[in-house]
Design a protein around this ligand. Structure first.
Ligand code: NAD
Length: 493
């Protein structure tokens, strides 16, 4: 595998933790690098390898700030979110460049992510101010019964690298607007974006202790972020494996919200527009280099149109330009880290060994412009059987498994025969089939004639089965629910 040969020509910046309103070095005296996956000789920054002492300090600061912040008028909390949003917008160009350098996605996708993160802060600044309880009619004319919503307390926010700014924004904004205080640990692959979001809030005047940032490895700080007695809630996005671990460790008094893996199917019916179907498969499966939790990883196509569909899928895939996210026209960037590259190549081998047919791509790219990055060709497998591992397990890379079905009913059985249920889509011109699909499919996000990827910030987002804890949705107005607890109040007068 590739080795990092560091040629330091310019000074590499060192970034600190943010605890109780101050940028601080870790108690561990250790640091780690964030590396550009398109060019592993490019070190994006040096970050604090935090230890439990840092996490303890951050949780204590958040605990002490809670009383003050939960009593801060909602309009003031909203003003801080709006100001932080402006900071992100003003710095959108440079933050997008850093995002591409740190994560690898194309610069246009990175710009969209920065802007969307700002919009998310603004969305919750408004929604959070009118998020209330209910009143309940009752038979006593001299009694009012209502629910009140209260913040939970200190919330741990633990996030992955694939949307390093927008996922933290959609967790931190609803947490803060409802009066909670936060300890935030971004992915160690993309800590700079975590720093930038916290900088935005700091610049906006957030009081000391309300938002705290600790960077570092899950093996060092993950447990305490979940099990510390002051932690009232953990909102986590990442792998199902880590999510299950966190869910098991959390105390009964700690609420958890887990957004986890997916194995998202796109069903292609015989009446489908096949050009549309191939475009949706390519965009859903290969955009962001297949590293979207809602990415299309299975296409289940009716037998009678399979040959034609696969031909169109290959033709469209051939046109995708692979390369550095700063280059014009690039559609597929590098994988985000070496582990990702190894994992994708491992699954390509597993697919072949299990008897699926690799009909396109799947080769690592190691020459010329590709030699310093984690690049792989997008891969298309046909003859995939439902029991094959590439049909069952999350790969989280640019690999599409094409499965055949004789009927819609069989396609649904195959689609539901996995332990995940995040997102699913069908391509059809039949209104009847479309409606039937929304009932039959086991997924938290269901689409018709659209990609499995993408979700609105004002609509609920989350999965079924092992894709989520299936308790509290993220995004939209319901995204606020997780961060508040209900009190039912009976007032006789
Ligand atoms: P990951 O689970 O390895 O790590 C996610 C975060 O959790 C990181 O900050 C990591 O340091 C931390 N972490 C890992 N194990 C932990 C533990 N035991 N205790 C506490 N913290 C722990 O995931 P990743 O590789 O960063 O991201 C890819 C995964 O994220 C994929 O499985 C993808 O499907 C999933 N994902 C899901 C969604 C969604 O909304 N459902 C969105 C994006 C990504």
């Amino acid at each position: 595998m590739k080795k990092v040969i560091v040629v330091i020509t310019t000074k590499i910046e060192t970034y600190k933790n943010f605890i109780n309103g101050m940028w601080q070095e870790s108690d561990s005296n250790n640091t780690f690098f964030s590396i550009n996956p398109a060019n592993i000789e490019d070190i994006v920054g040096i970050f604090q390898a935090s230890n439990e002492q840092d996490v303890n300090s951050a949780i204590l600061a958040a605990k002490e700030a809670f009383q003050m912040w939960s009593n801060t008028p909602p309009s003031k909390r909203a003003a801080i979110l709006n100001k932080a949003a402006s900071f992100l917008e003003q710095n959108a160009a440079s933050f997008a460049e850093e995002l591409t350098r740190e994560e690898g996605k194309h610069i246009n996708d990175a710009k969209n992510e920065v802007i969307r993160s700002a919009q998310t802060l603004r969305f919750y600044a408004i929604e959070g101010q009118s998020f209330t309880g209910e009143t309940f009619p009752n038979d006593d004319p001299n009694m009012k019964v209502s629910t009140e919503r209260e913040p939970l307390g200190v919330v741990s926010v633990i996030t992955p690298w694939n949307f390093p700014l927008s996922i933290p924004a959609r967790k931190i904004a609803p947490a803060l607007i409802t009066g909670n205080t936060v300890v935030f640990k971004p992915s160690s692959d993309t800590p700079l974006m975590g720093v930038r979001l916290v900088e935005a809030l700091h610049h906006a005047g957030i009081p000391n202790g309300v938002i705290n940032l600790v960077t570092g490895r899950a093996s060092e700080v993950g447990d305490l972020l979940v099990t510390h007695s002051a932690i009232r809630a953990v909102t986590f996005t990442g792998s199902t494996e880590a999510g299950e671990d966190i869910h098991r460790k959390a105390a009964i008094t700690t609420r958890t919200q887990m957004e986890l893996g997916g194995k998202n199917p796109l069903l292609v019916m015989a009446d489908a527009d096949l050009d549309l179907a191939a475009t949706l498969a390519v965009n859903g499966g290969f955009s962001l280099t297949g590293q979207a939790c809602t990415g299309t990883s299975r296409v289940i196509v009716l037998k009678e149109i399979k040959e034609l569909f696969v031909q169109k899928l290959i033709e469209k895939t051939k046109t995708l330009k692979i390369g550095n996210g700063f280059k014009e026209g690039v559609k597929i960037g590098p994988l985000a880290n070496e582990k990702q590259l190894k994992n994708v190549l491992k699954y390509i081998e597993i697919g072949k060994e299990d008897g699926a047919r690799l009909v396109y791509g799947g080769e690592p790219l190691t020459t010329d412009d590709y030699k310093t990055g984690y690049y792989v060709q997008p891969a298309i497998f046909t003859n995939v059987k439902p029991q094959h591992r590439i049909a069952k397990e999350e790969i989280f890379g640019p690999v599409i498994a094409v499965l055949e079905a004789d009927t819609y009913e069989e396609a649904i059985l195959i689609a539901n025969d996995v332990e995940y249920g995040l997102s699913a889509s069908i391509v059809t011109n039949s209104l009847k089939t479309a409606h039937q699909f929304t009932k039959d499919i086991q997924a938290g996000t269901v689409k018709v004639n659209r990609t499995t990827t993408g979700n609105l910030m004002n609509a609920p987002f989350g999965g079924l089965k092992k894709s989520s804890t299936s308790t509290f949705r993220e995004s939209g107005r319901v995204g606020l629910e997780f961060f508040t607890q209900l009190k039912t109040v009976y007032i006789g007068y």
